[in-house]
Design a protein. Structure first.
Length: 129
């Protein structure tokens, strides 16, 4: 199997999962979109998550010869932002008073970034002319 296929698959998963619930707090599901757009408890830096997904897809379809490096950079940046802003506080229990738990969108976004990383580091088995 050509690992390069994982690059756009990861980008698509990232974009879809941005709109799915990332965190459940106070029995309310909160999507990545809500976390990025909310003026009170959101953080505008989370807009870099879908931008990273778009960069992965755009690099694959528009810049095939540079897709791997752009996909790797976008995936690492997105993962670091996701870990820094969402996963570390939830895993440390910093949001425990809200009963925060990671949901399917957060897990899917992480898997999308991991797929993009694998696709970016994979060797292309097709010959380009």
């Amino acid at each position: 199997m050509d690992k390069k296929v994982l690059l756009p698959a990861g980008g698509i998963i990232i974009l879809i999962c941005f709109f799915l619930p990332w965190v459940r707090a106070c029995d309310i599901d909160i999507s990545g979109l809500q976390l990025a757009a909310d003026e009170d408890m959101g953080d505008p830096i989370l807009w870099l998550i879908p931008i990273a997904g778009i960069a992965v897809l755009g690099s694959y379809f528009l810049l095939r010869h540079k897709a791997a490096i752009i996909g790797i950079i976008a995936s690492v940046a997105g993962l670091l932002i996701l870990l820094w802003k969402i996963l570390v506080p939830v895993s440390r229990g910093e949001l425990q008073e809200l009963g925060a738990r990671i949901q399917i969108g957060g897990i899917g976004t992480i898997l999308g970034f991991i797929l993009s990383l694998i696709g970016g580091t994979g060797k292309n088995k097709t010959k380009e002319h």
